[in-house]
Every structure is written in C-alpha cells, then in structure tokens.
Design a binder for this molecule. Structure first.
Ligand SMILES: [Ca+2]
Length: 597
C-alpha cells in the first residue's frame, strides 16, 4: 500500500502543471517526501511497527536531508565527462544513445542552466574545493598561463593548499574516498589525489592522453603522460582502455569495502570524450550512417528535439561561425572522414554511458543505489581546437590517420569546430570561450531519498555550488582553516523547498584566460578575446536570447555599469590577475610548451 503511495506521489510531480501555485507545489512536495519516507521505512520494518512508525513520522523533521541522514549517511558518486557538449545526451536533445545518463535525469534533477569554467583544470579545482579557481591555484591553465601571471599566488597550476578538498573533509568524517581518471590539478607529491584526501586513486596527471597506452597526444606535452596509483607513478596494463579501466577501478574499491559500514565518496573523472577520440570499433560503426547526414542537419535535428523537450525556446536563430563550411559544399572524401570523426565521438560517449550504467547497476545489485547521491556533469564546452592543423607533421609521424583506423589504438581523432558546435546546440562558441558554448554544461543529480524525482530547472547554478551541496547532504561542515566557499548549497532547490539557488539580484562572475562573464538574473555580461570575441563587454538576456546574438550593452548602460562593478569586486576578492591586452591563447600555449621542452 505504501508502495502505491510512492508511485502516486512521483506521478503527481511528473505531471505537475507548469502554472501551478507555489503553495500547491510545496504541499505536493511534502506529500512526496512523506511517501518516500514511509516507503523507505516499510522496506526495513516489520508490518506491525508500520503504524507506530507512520505516526512517529509526523513528528520527525520535515527536512528530507536530515531525515535521510538520520538513517544512514549517503554515498556520493561524482561522475565527470571531459569536454562533453551540453546537447550530446538524449535528455538534452542529442541523438547519441545515452540511456543511463537519461535515466539518471528521469529519476533525479536535471539542470538546464548550470555553469562551469571554460576549460578543464580550473573547473576541476572548483569542483574539488568549492572555491574560486583563482584562489586555489588554477587562476589559469598551467599550459596557458600568461607571463604576468606566472609564479603569482593563485597561478601555481596545481592545488596550492589554500582550500581543503571535499575528499579531505569527507575522509576526515569517516568516508572512504576513491578517485579514478583525469586529475589535472598537479602532480607534485602534495598536490596528488593521495595527498588531497583520496585513500585510493588511479589517475592521469595531465589534461589528456591516449586512451589505450601511455602516449602523449600533443607535442605541447613533450613527455609521455604520468599515471599514478596513489603516490606511485605506474605504467599501464597492456589491455588498458581508459573508460573501462577507471570504471573497473571504482567498482573494485567500492566492492572491497562495502561491508564495513562506512559510506564512500567516488570521483570518476573519465578521459572520455576529450581528444584523442578513441573507442572499440563496434561503437563507432553504429553511428557512421547517422553522421553522413552532416552537421547542418544534425544541429537542426537537435534543436528541434530540444524545443520538443521544452528545454530551449522555439524560434531561435542558430548561429554558425563563418569558418564552418556548408556540409554539402564539401568533397565526398572530406564528408566521409568528418562523418567518421563524429561517429567515433558518439561511440566513445556511448561507451562512457554504458560504463556509467555498469557502476549504477553494481550499486543497485548491492542495494546501495537508493542511498547514493549520483552527480553527472561535463567540465566545459565542446572542443573546437584542431591540433592537426597546427602540428600536421607530428600527427603524420606518430599516428595512423587513415579512415579505416580512426578511433582505434594508434589513431588520432579530434572532431573540430563544426561538430563541437553541434555538441553545444543551440549555444555559440566553444570550450575556452566565456560564451555559453564554453561554459554551459550538462548537470544531473540523482538521490532518491531526498532529491525531487523527474524535475528540470532553469535556475542558475555553478560548479562552485557542488561542494557546499554535497557537504550539506553528508552533514559535514566546511573546514575553518580553508578559504571560504565561493558558492551556495543547491539542497533547497533539489528538495523543492526553493525554485532558485541564487537570488535574482545576485551577481556571479568568472574569468579564465581573458574570457570573462557576469551573470545576474536573466542577464549575462560577457567578454571574449580573439578568436572568440573582440575583448569588449557585451550584454545579453539569456532567457530570451540564449545564443547570445542580440547585444544590449548600448541599450542598457546602467546594467552594464552595475555588472562591470560587480566584476571588479570579483577580481579584487579572488586575486585575479587579468591577461595582458595582447594575450593570445595559441601564441602563449606555444611559448609555454617551448619552455617545457
Ligand atoms: Ca575538459
């Protein structure tokens, strides 16, 4: 009978009319929480105790977080995809087969307006600490650090110790802490995961690497990549494939300690779908036919699907940079190669989704899934950069670039700006820009005990909000000896107590490598450097204009002034050193790489 109530409660939320009053929504959410709680209790108590329990429930805290925590502290599984686009998963409009990510969304909370840094390591530094990247040592990518930033506090290129990681806090509170995958936050002894609170770790130190062997993927990393098992640098097994290996590691650690009564925090940071794009060939083959349709049609398909899902507004004018040719204007040989490059990307992403499914199925089989907070996200927008254009001789010499080998061991594949634009439908620009195409990321939270089921939100939220949220769910306080948290807890939103994370008049700023953005309510003030912008501020109303196509800066000078003042405060508060006027990412990257040779 209680089981019926749970189903009915969930169905009510899924079918809630959009114009429903706030009071009705609050009442409904209380009913849902009570139903979930009763269902939870009923699975653990004899029937004769149920009546007493039901009465007692009326006097328990209405706060579902405390109610859940009183029973057992939650496990936490934090899954991060690398360079995955906002629209790639099915639940965000994509045609790629991602049933496990989609199921997480349908059983949890899907964010439509979640923001990250525009590149890997800064996002990850905020994800691990909850503190702005300029405070904790990743003020810029170490590969891109400007001459005026080098050696300055906040630009160490590794976690600098000013903030304690969530792994350290949770481990200190009795959690097992595991990390498998890409770290990218330094590999000095004190900055490795093993020194940052993770009791078990197997990591790639650099920003990327080959997925099959210990091999660099770019001449800007002149030495082979570094992998660490704890504090020990190690070689890779001969049958290594990154996604499979990291998944096995995570499941193995959870399994080894599952019976000792301690909860776990698992950080699963896949190399997928960062270049080089690689996956077992059968996954690529599934998509060859799909992408022969070309990037124009696929982008339009995704947009129409997003409109049908109700996650983006209809009537948008999708923007395509002039450097991207019309698909039908390409010679057949180029179309064939480009279709396969995207097929490898899609296959690699599907393999990752399948692997996420393996972990979730394992947790379900062991009866642990209901008590696990699962987060899935990407760390930045789709990657448009084409290294093969910059270093053609290097790739011709070190990789097999034939059509037949694309995606396999020994090959090198990047998917380029046209497909990156598809990945970021409907937004403009890409990874490393401050446009939404660089900083809007998929973000899903599932936690059946406390998080509302089957919900979507367009509330603004950011990567710095993850740590305060997880600490609150786990009942763990931030460290008094650490830099203060930069974000806000999302728990009130997730448990349907509030419709927002930030008040609508709050200003939230970010900066990376000269790109900068300030968010306030529906508005965004943004500045990009070439090739993504003109170094000037532009103002957009993101709700009406998510593609950032209608600049309102000259029409609303007052708003621009308020937001630039908020940005100036942000710079001061976080010790940001802005890049010089003539800073150029490609020139700086080459100069820094030469210095490392
Ligand atoms: Ca990335």
């Amino acid at each position: 009978m209680v089981g019926c109530c749970q189903k009915a409660g969930q169905q009510q939320v899924l079918n809630a009319p959009k114009n429903e009053g706030k009071m009705q929504q609050a009442t409904r959410n209380k009913q849902l929480r009570l139903a979930l709680w009763l269902s939870f209790i009923s699975r653990r108590l004899p029937l004769q105790l149920l009546c007493i329990t039901a009465v007692t429930c009326l006097f328990l805290p209405s706060d579902p977080i405390r109610a859940a925590a009183q029973e057992k502290r939650p496990n936490i599984l934090l899954i991060v995809a690398d360079d995955m686009g906002w629209s790639d998963a099915g639940t965000y409009g994509g045609e790629i087969f991602t049933p496990n990510i989609d199921r997480l969304a349908s059983q949890g909370y899907q964010f439509l307006n979640f923001h990250v840094g525009s590149m890997c390591a800064p996002t990850r530094s905020m994800l691990m600490t909850g503190v702005d990247n300029h405070v904790v040592g990743l003020g810029n990518m170490t590969e891109l650090v400007a001459d005026n930033q080098r050696g300055r506090p906040g630009y160490e290129g590794r976690l600098n110790g000013r903030a304690v990681t969530i792994a350290t806090l949770l481990n200190g509170a009795g959690y097992h802490t595991y990390m498998a995958g890409k770290w990218h936050l330094g590999y000095t002894r004190e900055s490795l995961p093993a020194s940052q609170g993770f009791e078990k770790s197997f990591i790639l130190a650099e920003g990327g690497a080959d997925n099959y062997e210990k091999k660099s993927y770019t001449p800007t990393y002149p030495t082979p990549p570094h992998f660490f098992d704890g504090l020990k640098e190690v070689d890779l097994p001969s049958d290594f494939y990154s996604t499979q290996f990291y998944t096995d590691k995570m499941i193995g650690w959870i399994e080894a300690n599952k019976s000792d009564g301690k909860p776990f925090f698992g950080y699963l940071a896949y190399q997928a779908v960062h270049m080089p794009l690689q996956v077992p060939d059968q996954y690529t083959r599934r998509y060859l036919w799909t992408y022969e349709a070309g990037w124009n049609d696929i982008k339009n398909f995704r947009y129409q699907r997003q409109v049908a899902l109700g996650i983006v507004p209809p009537g948008l004018q999708l923007t395509t940079p002039p450097i991207i040719p019309d698909w039908n204007s390409l010679p057949e040989g180029e179309r064939r190669m480009d279709a396969k490059r995207m097929a490898v990307y899609a296959g690699m992403l599907e393999y990752m989704d399948m692997s996420i499914g393996r972990v979730l199925q394992y947790l379900k089989d062991k009866g642990m899934l209901d008590n696990t907070i699962v987060i899935f996200m990407s760390d930045n927008g789709g990657e448009a950069h084409e290294l093969m254009d910059h270093f053609p001789d290097y790739y011709a010499k070190n990789f097999n670039l034939t059509y037949e080998h694309l995606g396999q061991r020994g090959s090198f594949v990047e998917y380029g700006p046209a497909w990156a634009g598809v990945s970021m439908t409907p937004f403009s620009n890409f990874k490393s820009s401050a446009s939404e195409g660089g900083v809007r990321a998929p973000f899903i939270v599932s936690y059946p005990k406390a998080v509302a089921v089957g919900q979507r939100t367009d509330a603004f939220a950011s990567v710095v909000d993850v740590v305060p949220t997880l600490l609150q769910f786990a009942g763990v306080k931030p460290s008094s000896g650490s830099a203060p948290l930069s974000g806000r807890s999302m728990t009130a939103l997730l448990t349907a107590e509030s419709a927002q994370v930030y008040p609508s008049d709050a200003s939230i700023s970010q900066e990376l490598s000269g790109g900068a953005a300030v968010y306030q309510g529906d508005y965004k003030l943004v500045r990009n450097i070439p090739p993504y912008g003109d170094r000037k501020w532009h103002l957009y109303n993101l709700r009406a204009d998510p593609t950032e196509s209608k600049d309102l800066a000259s029409a609303e000078p007052g708003r621009v002034k308020t937001m630039t003042e908020a940005y100036a405060e942000y710079l001061k508060k976080n010790g940001v050193i802005e890049v010089p006027e003539d800073y150029d990412i490609a020139v700086q990257a080459n100069r820094n790489a030469q210095a490392r040779h």
